[in-house]
Design a protein around this ligand. Structure first.
Ligand SMILES: Cc1cc2nc3c(=O)[nH]c(=O)nc-3n(C[C@H](O)[C@H](O)[C@H](O)COP(=O)(O)O)c2cc1C
Length: 189
């Protein structure tokens, strides 16, 4: 299998990280991969906020959990087990990763959330290619609905969509992938 296909298949959401920070050069490579994603009308409607401040990471965790616990229906189709986890002080939604990158999209762009999602997938794959663990996080979104979000200094006209946590993997052996549905293809020849 070629290296790209191997990286795609080896990437797993990582939920246990070492405490050491990843290198600036690694973050630069991850963001460079992001900005080479395709975008509708070549608008490149994204902004990346790299957070490595432990206090702010802790705040994003606690505020997101509190906000979600207070209004569990604000996120569609969340399983009961996850809503219950919000009340567990041991559950850290960022999994104590040392770096969190928030990806924001330009509100005036044609399809910013799709473009940003393509960029995020590139980031996950770039990270895996360097053996860096990553996870795409929707559970940080409640933080974006609070006043605290101003601390992120996201440029005007941009809306934060997702967080992606990065760090060195605590365990080197990748766990097996959640089984993929195979009945998702039809051919028209
Ligand atoms: C939009 C999106 C949001 C996600 N949010 C979370 C999250 O908040 N917490 C989490 O543990 N995993 C989150 N995930 C990771 C998924 O659970 C994971 O990708 C899926 O179970 C498949 O596992 P894999 O990434 O190892 O292939 C998210 C994935 C996506 C695409």
């Amino acid at each position: 299998m070629n290296q790209v296909l191997e990286t795609i298949k080896n990437r797993r959401s990582v939920r246990k990280f070492k405490k050491d920070q990843i290198k600036d050069s690694e973050i630069e490579a991850i963001i460079e991969a992001a900005i080479y994603a395709p975008t509708a009308l070549n608008e490149q409607p994204w902004h990346f906020t790299v957070i490595q401040n432990k206090n702010l990471l802790d705040e994003i965790n606690t505020v997101s959990k509190k906000t979600l616990a207070e209004n569990p229906t604000s996120m569609k189709n969340l399983p009961e087990s996850l809503i219950n986890a919000m009340g567990n002080p041991k559950y850290n939604i960022i999994y104590e990763a040392p770096t969190l990158i928030i990806v924001s999209g330009n509100k005036n762009a044609h399809s910013a959330i799709v473009d940003c999602s393509a960029a995020i997938q590139n980031m996950l794959l770039a990270a895996e290619s360097m053996n860096i663990g990553s996870i795409w996080l929707g559970l940080v979104r409640p933080y974006f609905t609070t006043e605290n979000v101003k601390k992120l200094n996201i440029p005007e006209d941009f809306e934060p969509y997702y967080g992606i946590a990065f760090g060195y993997k605590l365990m080197e052996t990748p766990k097996s992938a959640p089984e993929r549905r195979k009945d998702v293809i039809n051919y028209v020849k």
